[in-house]
Design a protein around this ligand. Structure first.
Ligand SMILES: NC(=O)c1ccc[n+]([C@@H]2O[C@H](COP(=O)([O-])OP(=O)(O)OC[C@H]3O[C@@H](n4cnc5c(N)ncnc54)[C@H](O)[C@@H]3O)[C@@H](O)[C@H]2O)c1
Length: 333
């Protein structure tokens, strides 16, 4: 299939390279010219085990290309991934300005022919409809400029293009440091949309991964594909990260109690982790959680809840326990 991935950070570059590796024809678009130049020369701007090899092989096979020309990418792709950053604003909300710029740019370059626009960026719940609206704004802006130049009737053309794209939410769960492995060996693939056609195209796109053709253990059953509405798919991403962060805050809280009552947190973690309902992952007590996603995603979920008049007490505690944990770790030095 013909794919365009817009934004070549951890998520976009790994997604683009892996989709090219499994046989799709991928154009990766980034507005950072230096990055594009580097990737065109066969180098990866990030280090991920296995990524350079995949990039080189797919580029040599003509399956993977890099450009800063959004119009060329949009024209090429039947499936257009938005994979730009959504960093936290100072108040904890997600900064969606990069997603907005890309959605508008896609709209301005849609010229007919069905497209699936896929949100791979972690975006606030409800962004599916918002992206659709921004894409249509982009379409309308372009039509205005064409009408101004004596072109076709704006409203008619916008309505026609509106019918020719769907938005799908496809949140990403890869971990930096094992991103290629995670892409070929996912626990699940989440697809959120109200469009049957869009979902079917995404299922076709991911078939080789779902069937584990590139997995480490090919004998495992197919990768589960969870098909939902857009909002639920967006929520799955936030809920997954919030749960994992809460698990870490939980074990740190238990560790602090262990310190006082006299207990070995390593043995306690082992003892509870063997319970299959709990599981042994994310039960290492330590300095707490951090990284590029947990802090911003947990805060964003708290803020979304606030916006809708709900106080997310447990998630607020997850954050405050984590903040206190750093101080405790420093005191112990
Ligand atoms: N990094 C992770 O481990 C991870 C995991 C899961 C989900 N996510 C989510 O995926 C999204 C992307 O994360 P990332 O870490 O890959 O981001 P990143 O900041 O590393 O990369 C974003 C890329 O988008 C490019 N870009 C920005 N605006 C653009 C535009 N208008 N046109 C073209 N390119 C543009 C930037 O130059 C950059 O290369 C975020 O929403 C993040 O929350 C990240």
């Amino acid at each position: 299939m013909r794919v365009c991935v817009i934004g070549t950070g951890y998520v976009g570059l790994v997604t683009g390279a892996c989709l090219a590796h499994i046989g799709h024809h991928v154009i990766c678009v980034d507005n950072n010219e230096e990055k594009v130049k580097l990737m065109k020369s066969g180098q990866s701007p990030i280090y991920e085990p296995g990524l350079s090899e995949i990039m080189q092989a797919a580029s040599e096979a003509g399956k993977l290309e890099f450009t800063s020309d959004l119009a060329a990418g949009v024209e090429h792709g039947e499936i257009l991934f938005i994979a730009v950053g959504t960093p936290a604003l100072p108040n904890g909300d997600s900064d969606t300005r990069y997603v907005e710029a890309v959605a508008r740019g896609i709209g301005a370059n849609l010229k007919g022919g069905y497209k699936v626009i896929v949100n791979k960026s972690t975006v606030p719940i409800g962004s599916g409809d918002w992206v659709r609206m921004i894409v249509l704004d982009g379409v309308a802006e372009r039509q205005m400029s064409l009408v101004g130049a004596g072109g076709v009737s704006g409203e008619e053309a916008t309505a026609k293009i509106a019918a020719e794209f769907d938005v799908v939410s496809n949140p990403e769960f890869l971990r930096e440091g094992s991103a290629v492995y995670d892409t070929f060996n996912p626990d699940r693939i989440v697809l959120g949309s109200n469009s049957k056609r869009g979902i079917e195209m995404m299922q076709e796109l991911y078939t080789p991964i779902v069937e584990r053709q590139f997995a480490e253990d090919k004998s495992l059953p197919n990768v589960p594909v969870v098909v939902t509405d857009v909002n639920s798919a967006e929520m799955i991403k936030y809920a997954a990260n919030a749960f994992l962060a809460t698990k870490i805050s939980f074990i740190n809280e238990v560790a602090n109690i262990c310190d006082r009552v006299g207990g070995d947190i390593t043995q306690v973690a082992k003892g509870i982790g063997l319970d299959s309902r709990i599981g042994n992952k994310f039960l290492q007590a330590g300095i707490g959680w951090g990284g590029s996603c947990f802090p911003k995603d947990v805060l964003a979920l708290i803020h979304t809840a606030d916006d809708y008049g709900y106080e997310a007490q447990l998630l607020k505690s997850t954050v405050s326990v984590n903040e206190r944990q750093r101080a405790i770790a420093i005191e112990k030095l």
